[in-house]
Write a protein that binds this ligand. Structure first.
Ligand code: DPP
Ligand code: ZN
Length: 846
């Protein structure tokens, strides 16, 4: 396969002034007519007329009305064209129903829908399918469906016919079309300048009752973007469509967002609190793309982080404003460490702005998205809130309508602040997670406290010789009595080693370093246990307070794994004090009851030069949870009773927090009390959060068979709830049974493996079940490999994504490595392996 390089970028030889598309819909023989006005691009060197096109049947082509015979290959076509402006017309035939890859125009549950990012438009018609080619689109749709949608504003609606016009020039990846028998949940929004916007959430009949929350989230997002970023919506209509078969979460097509139904449909009976929060965030994310992604798009796919990092950062700000900032930040860091650190420290490591790829779909990664967002957060910390706001205003003013680059983005910060961001730019070009260590010195005579930091990024194939990066390190100092003696201050580290002093101190303080997780690094701070206990009890920074608890938990668990020791008493006592503190929000205390994941522990052991044993990790975590349950039993019972929600269900932060705490308590209590409480909660539940938490506790206790059957009988017709039913059985299985449970579920009549949500419910859960997936039998590896081989010809994108389950394989013992290697080679040997999967596996295998 061909490798594409950032350094090879060339503008396209032609500009597109206008695109008119006509669709005559048919499940197997859809006809697409295109009429495209091209003219030579004065900024381009080369003028080869190459149009992308894949899996298209070319029916006819004309230039300026005269038939032409282009040279057609598997990847596109070339044609001789006139010197000046000309009109290209083509008619192609495509097969939406045969399109199982879910890229381009395809069918899902009887409806037509599209997914064009990154390179799906070329499966719809011949076109320069690259984000820097922007044009105004007019779309005509003919087909026997009550709802016919495309981008922009509706210009004509008739029986089985619709025309749409999008006045905003856009790249082809933002094109969308939907047709089907859909119902709308409608509302209106008045923008800050008084523009009336029609809002519709289209769903399949039967799902009308799951729209209200998504609509409220959309209106809240529209208002927030006006208030916080001054960004107003720019069309008369905004449509969202829910689709069952979708490779990703959702897609920000101009004026017509298409969502995986799991990322938009919500009701108290069928969705958990976590689902509600995620839906709110994804609605916001896609809406925010209207400015950061659509009005200002990317010059090429290497700049993906320009829109994704910024939009993830913006949706995190939104969630913080809607809910609890501390809880949101902690959740994001847990996720960053689990997914992005694993990626950055393994064979798939790549910079936030990659420099080469074979298949761009493989770069919709935690690094581009989540580390990309961290980079924005660091920039904001370094320049300050006011300068950030000014820089963003300039960005929107200067680049509206552009296909922009990271250079453009950084330049607005340089121009507004006068800073030189040359070194900061390494965050975009270097792969790897920096290791930051800190040592302290205390000069009692002078009252000076010195922190000396050292940074080092381990080299990777992506970045052979990493150089020092700019690290904003937020630090506060705590006195022995727990009071803050120096408030948060941002230290700007630029060297490999650098010292910072704090003077005027009466006594040696304890340093609270990297508050708010101010940089995405691995921090090595040699604090004593007493110092960490002090931070856990008193740190005024809620993130670092939680972090102190997490570090103590990790240390206790590592001792349990390597020395078989009992859980640390002092840590448990300090944890109790936090749990009892009624001034702390319940959601925060629920997080305090969490433990580092098995994968986190495996990675920590690996970092310390030890080989992680998944079974030993599992045992240590179980023993620790048992100890917590026994020790805290009375307190947990009390928390469970005191924070039960009696009021009617609301998915808001306050109620969700209480449920998070009571359900964390329930999970532990079931260990010491048996299943009665969980069974009662299951029987009484009137919402999915309560029902599912109870079911999880019952399953873990080995007492879930009856509840599982009842749950299935109740929900068998609800696709999204059944995904939970499939997933939970795997995630709650004992390690030696997990692969067998997954295998049995693949034989269930409702295991529709071509649906990405269902496939992920089973195999995503298996891959996340550390002790189950890595069970010494190797059954987990073999089962996943069987199914990846089966899925690849049907849906390369989802297959390739699931391959990352193997990315940490070099951490484990030789026996496991051999078993995994055998499976990787078996997949690699399958005939006609997709470009997506073969790129992923070759990188993982190394
Ligand atoms: N651009 C989408 C998103 O991240 C993914 N296709 O919102
Ligand atoms: Zn996005």
């Amino acid at each position: 396969p061909q490798t594409i390089y950032l350094s090879d970028y060339q503008p396209f030889g032609f500009l597109v002034d206008e695109v008119a598309l006509t669709f005559d819909l048919d499940p197997h023989k859809t006809r697409v007519k295109s009429r495209i006005a091209f003219r030579p691009n004065p900024a381009a060197q080369e003028a080869d007329f190459f149009l992308h096109g894949e899996q298209l049947k070319l029916v006819s082509a004309q230039i300026d009305g005269k038939p032409v015979t282009p040279k057609v290959t598997e990847r596109g076509l070339t044609c001789d064209v006139p010197d000046g402006p000309f009109i290209w017309e083509a008619e192609v035939e495509i097969d939406p129903k045969g399109n199982t890859a879910l890229e381009g125009l395809y069918m899902s549950g009887g409806m037509y829908c599209t997914q064009c990012e990154a390179e799906g438009f070329r499966k719809i018609t011949y076109y320069p399918d690259r984000p820097d080619v922007m044009s105004v689109f007019t779309v005509t749709i003919n087909g026997p469906h009550p709802v016919l949608l495309s981008n922009g504003n509706p210009v004509a609606q008739g029986q089985n016919h619709a025309e749409w016009h999008d006045p905003w020039p856009k790249p082809a990846y933002l094109f969308a079309l939907v047709a089907g028998d859909l119902v709308a949940h409608s509302d209106r929004f008045t923008t800050m300048s008084g523009r009336e916007v029609d809002l519709n959430l289209y769903v399949r009949p039967g799902d009308e009752g799951k729209c209200a929350f998504g609509m409220e989230a959309l209106k809240a997002s529209m208002k927030w973007d006006e208030e916080v970023y001054g960004r107003e919506y720019d069309l008369d209509i905004f449509n969202i469509v829910a689709v069952d078969d979708f490779n990703m979460g959702a897609m920000e097509n101009k004026g017509l967002n298409i969502f995986n139904s799991a990322a938009v449909l919500a009701s108290p009976e069928t969705s958990t609190d976590d689902n509600f929060e995620r839906i709110e965030a994804i609605i916001a994310h896609e809406y925010f793309h209207n400015w950061t992604g659509n009005r200002i798009t990317c010059r090429d796919w290497f700049q993906l982080c320009l829109k994704e990092g910024l939009t993830v950062y913006r949706d995190a700000q939104f969630t913080s404003d809607m809910r609890s900032p501390a809880v949101k930040r902690i959740g994001d860091v847990i996720d960053l460490r689990a997914r992005q650190f694993a990626e950055d420290q393994g064979p798939l490591a790549h910079p936030v702005r990659p420099e080469s790829f074979q298949e761009i779909n493989n770069f919709y990664t935690a690094t581009v998205y989540e580390k990309g967002a961290e980079v924005i957060g660091m920039l904001k910390t370094l320049v300050g809130d006011d300068a950030y706001a000014k820089a963003l205003d300039l960005y929107f003013e200067r680049h509206d309508g552009d296909a922009a680059t990271i250079e453009n983005w950084l330049k607005v910060f340089e121009d507004t602040t006068g800073r030189d961001l040359t070194q900061f730019k390494r965050w975009y070009s270097q792969a790897g997670t920096p290791r930051l260590s800190v040592v302290e010195a205390w000069d009692a005579g002078k009252g000076i406290f010195t922190l000396t930091f050292t940074q080092h990024t381990p080299p990777s194939t992506a970045t052979l010789e990493p150089k020092p990066q700019v690290l904003p390190i937020t630090v506060g100092l705590i006195g022995a009595d727990g009071a803050e003696v120096a408030p948060s201050r941002v230290l700007e580290m630029t060297e490999a080693e650098q010292s910072f002093t704090f003077d005027g101190l009466d006594a040696r303080p304890v340093a609270s370093v990297l508050r708010g997780f101010s940089a995405p690094v691995v921090l090595d701070q040699d604090l004593s246990k007493e110092e960490r206990l002090l931070l856990l009890a008193h740190d005024s920074d809620p993130f670092n307070r939680w972090e102190a608890g997490r570090t103590l938990a990790r240390q206790s668990l590592l001792a349990a794994i390597t020395e078989n020791s009992a859980p640390d008493d002092a840590w448990l006592a300090a944890q109790r004090a936090v749990l009892e503190d009624e001034t702390l929000e319940p959601a925060y205390r629920a997080l305090m009851l969490g433990l580092p994941s098995h994968a986190d522990l495996a990675s920590t052991l690996h970092d310390a030069g030890k080989t992680p044993d998944p079974a030993a990790i599992h045992q240590a975590v179980e023993a620790t949870r048992d100890a917590m349950a026994e020790r805290f039993a009375a307190l947990l019972g009390d928390l469970y009773d005191r924070h039960r929600v009696d009021a009617p269900y609301q998915p808001n932060a306050a109620q969700s927090g209480k449920r998070a705490l009571t359900n964390a308590a329930l999970a532990l209590l079931t260990r010491v009390e048996g299943p009665a409480r969980a069974q009662a909660q299951f029987d009484d539940a009137d919402n999915m959060t309560q029902q599912l938490s109870a079911l999880a506790a019952l399953l873990r206790a080995g007492q879930g068979d009856k509840a599982l059957a009842a749950f299935e009988a109740q929900w068998r017709d609800d696709r999204l709830v059944m995904d939970k039913w499939f997933g939970l059985q795997v995630s709650q299985a004992a390690p030696e049974k997990a692969a067998e449970v997954a295998r049995r579920l693949t034989q269930h009549a409702d295991f529709n493996w071509k649906n990405p949500n269902r496939f992920r419910a089973v195999f995503g859960s298996l891959a996340m079940h550390h002790a189950g997936f890595h069970h010494e039998s190797g059954k987990g590896y073999a089962l996943l490999a069987d199914w990846l081989i089966k899925l690849d010809p049907v849906n390369p994108q989802t297959t390739a994504r699931m391959c990352s389950a193997f990315q940490t394989w070099r951490r484990y013992d030789m026996a496991r490595q051999k078993m995994i290697e055998t499976q990787l080679d078996r997949i690699l040997a399958s005939p006609d392996l997709s470009r997506d999967t073969s790129e992923m596996l070759s990188r993982i295998r190394g």
